[in-house]
Design a protein around this ligand. Structure first.
Ligand code: ATP
Ligand SMILES: Cc1cn([C@H]2C[C@H](O)[C@@H](COP(=O)(O)O)O2)c(=O)[nH]c1=O
Length: 202
């Protein structure tokens, strides 16, 4: 039987990596494949260079998308087809939510265009857990951890958050929205419930 694809999405500082680390150390997930975007491959490295420099916004989108294409063919599809469940910390939803903001005004309907260039070859998630939080709180959390990227700005992340909520509204069958302005233990409980509702408990 084909594995299930679960993605964790949300603005910078919303708590995805913290929960991912907890899932990785949970014995119920020992047979899951854990991955992320940008990936740790050479295209992912190119993406990281791009997001830490003044790269053209369209070029940046295409780099993220190239990284996704390699991720799909070299990891996602082989794992799912072998029956493994996959959890990805960020995936195509990040592109739709973030680059629709960076490309705003460059051409009409950027979010629709970005989704269009993925159609036909991407693999849609079976479940997307959206870590929803006020950017004022998440940016403060980012500051505490000492990392800063050009995306970690409140006004920018307000628009990204709105795009995520639009995606969730358009795909209620596969989005679970979790408020992450709460203790980590409470968030973890809700994430486990969402995942086990899809894959069944061990
Ligand atoms: N529920 C929480 N309450 C308070 N602080 C939290 C919570 N979850 C995570 N943090 C802290 O907030 C910061 C950001 O968390 P984390 O790295 O998990 O977010 P993220 O969504 O993965 O961010 P990014 O997408 O930018 O990598 C970290 O310093 C983390 O320790
Ligand atoms: C996959 C993806 C990511 N981003 C942004 C989101 C973050 O600000 C950075 C790096 O992500 P990380 O979780 O902090 O490692 O890149 C994006 O804009 N578009 C994407 O497709």
């Amino acid at each position: 039987m084909k594995g299930k694809l679960i993605t964790l999405e949300g603005i910078d500082g919303s708590g995805k990596s913290t929960i991912t680390e907890r899932l990785r150390s949970n014995p119920d997930f020992k047979d899951f494949v854990f991955t992320r975007e940008p990936t740790t491959g050479w295209i992912g490295d190119a993406v990281n260079r791009a997001i830490h420099s003044d790269t053209d916004d369209l070029a940046e989108l295409l780099l993220f998308t190239a990284d996704h294409a390699e991720h799909i063919s070299k990891l996602i599809l082989p794992a799912l087809e072998s029956g493994q469940n996959v959890i990805s910390d960020r995936y195509s939803g990040s592109r739709y939510a973030y680059q629709a903001v960076t490309l705003k005004g460059k051409f009409p309907e950027p979010m629709e265009w970005i989704q269009q260039i993925h159609r036909g070859w991407t693999v849609d998630p079976d479940l997307t857990v959206l870590f929803d939080i006020d950017p004022k709180i998440s940016v403060e959390r980012c500051g505490n951890r000492g990392e800063q990227t050009k995306f970690e700005k409140i006004d920018f992340l307000e628009e990204v958050r709105a795009n995520y909520l639009k995606l969730a509204e358009a795909h209620p069958e596969r989005f679970v929205i979790i408020n992450t302005d709460r203790p980590v233990d409470e968030i973890e409980k809700d994430v486990l419930e969402a995942i086990f509702s899809l894959v069944g408990t061990r």
